[in-house]
Design a protein around this ligand. Structure first.
Ligand code: ADP
Ligand code: MG
Length: 363
């Protein structure tokens, strides 16, 4: 069993925070993994994480600590998941993508382009025959939308013995090199923006999920190894209802709060069970938790990056983000290598694995 790696990251103060709040900061970082948070009533809260990334931290620091071990596992057929959590404007997308995934700014590159490059570096050095496939979906108002094919706007989540949880009919693009992967991801991100104008939604009101599936032939053995890396840029965790939102914005807020609460409830159920006693885990309460079922309680190595503003202006949202992370720290997952013996007769790696019928569930 391994615990989820939980990190906190504080972005630099924004110009608004500097202007309106006199540079006032609510955190004091004690060491690489510990911080003291001062709430609105000037009370101190101590938090211990696997790592705390301060305002001066580099994108490469976050990548090396959170993503590199996950890439190394994925090429050994162990699934990995990285989630960014936090209120809108806290630095989730900056951490995940960087300012622009195709932009050559080495320093500012986020996790996504770094994972693409690191993954291909790792695969090329292993000298095995491999394929990498990419999918990209968005969960908006409890519907899973394929960002590589906008006509697929309500994908169903299914489960089977071989693949675990998967998205039925999702577009999977085979990519040969990092450039092709990045170009496809860029197209997916652009499709997200198309949806925004059509549906009048801001990207912070949906969860964005990037899925890498890596298959390799094992030398000397007639079997395939399959590893998955899932990156999730979660919707903003702020409590929109309190701001007097109405109509569509309120509906969106309720749906997001519901799915993030479902995520919180799953975390609570996973961490509060009686040892040795099976506990009901409510994965099916939202599309998000259902997609993340393997990542949270099953076969995956998982990392959570809790993104926060350091400003006293956002103290209450930051405190709630840090508490969410502290809770998640207690979850244990059971990562194991995925070998597919049944399919070893097939020489071609680019296989579509048929779901086992009697193990099929639909949400
Ligand atoms: P979110 O996705 O959580 O809503 P963003 O990632 O879009 O937030 O960040 C909000 C703003 O803060 C953006 O302008 C972004 O460039 C900036 N920002 C976030 N994190 C950092 C960071 N670590 N260093 C510099 N700027 C950052
Ligand atoms: Mg964002």
């Amino acid at each position: 069993m391994s615990s989820i790696t939980v990190c906190a990251r504080f972005r630099p103060l924004s110009s608004k925070e500097k202007r309106d709040h006199n540079d006032s900061i609510c955190i004091h970082i004690l060491d690489a993994g510990t911080l003291i948070f001062k709430d609105e009533k000037e009370e101190d809260h101590l938090f211990c994480f696997d790592r705390v990334f301060c305002q001066e931290s580099e994108q490469s620091d976050v990548y090396e600590f959170l993503a590199l071990p996950i890439i190394q596992d994925a090429v050994n057929a162990i699934n990995g998941t990285i989630l960014t959590y936090g209120q809108t404007g806290a630095g989730k997308t900056y951490s995940m993508e960087g300012p622009n995934i195709l932009e050559g700014n080495e320093k500012k590159k986020g996790l996504l382009p770094r994972v693409v490059e690191g993954l291909f570096d790792c695969l090329r050095s292993s000298e095995k025959v491999y394929t990498v496939k990419l999918s990209m979906v968005e969960i908006y108002m409890e519907k899973v939308r394929d960002l590589f094919d906008l006509s697929k706007d309500n994908l169903q989540i299914k489960e089977d013995k071989i693949q675990g949880i998967y998205l039925s009919g999702v577009t999977e693009v085979s990519v040969l090199d990092p450039e092709e992967a990045l170009q496809n991801l860029c197209n997916g991100i652009a499709n997200r923006a198309v949806g925004e104008t059509q549906m009048n939604m801001a990207s912070s009101r949906s969860h964005c999920v990037y899925i890498f599936t890596i298959q390799q032939e094992c030398t000397g053995e007639r079997r395939l190894k399959t590893g998955k890396i899932i990156l999730v840029d979660l919707a903003g965790s702020e409590k929109v209802e309190k701001t007097g939102a109405e109509g569509k914005v309120l509906e969106e807020a309720k749906t997001i709060n519901k799915s993030l609460s479902a995520l919180g409830n799953v975390i609570n159920a996973l961490t509060s069970g009686t040892p040795g006693k099976a506990n009901h885990i409510p994965y099916r309460d939202s599309k998000l938790t259902r997609i993340l079922q393997d990542a949270l309680g099953g076969n995956s190595r998982t990392a959570l990056l809790c993104c926060c503003s350091p400003s006293t202006l956002n103290a209450s949202e930051s405190l709630s983000t840090l508490r969410f992370g502290a809770r998640a720290k207690h979850i244990k997952t059971s990562p194991r290598a995925n070998y597919n013996r049944d399919k070893c007769e097939k020489k071609q790696l680019d296989l579509d694995i048929c779901p086992v019928k009697d193990e099929l569930y639909e949400m």
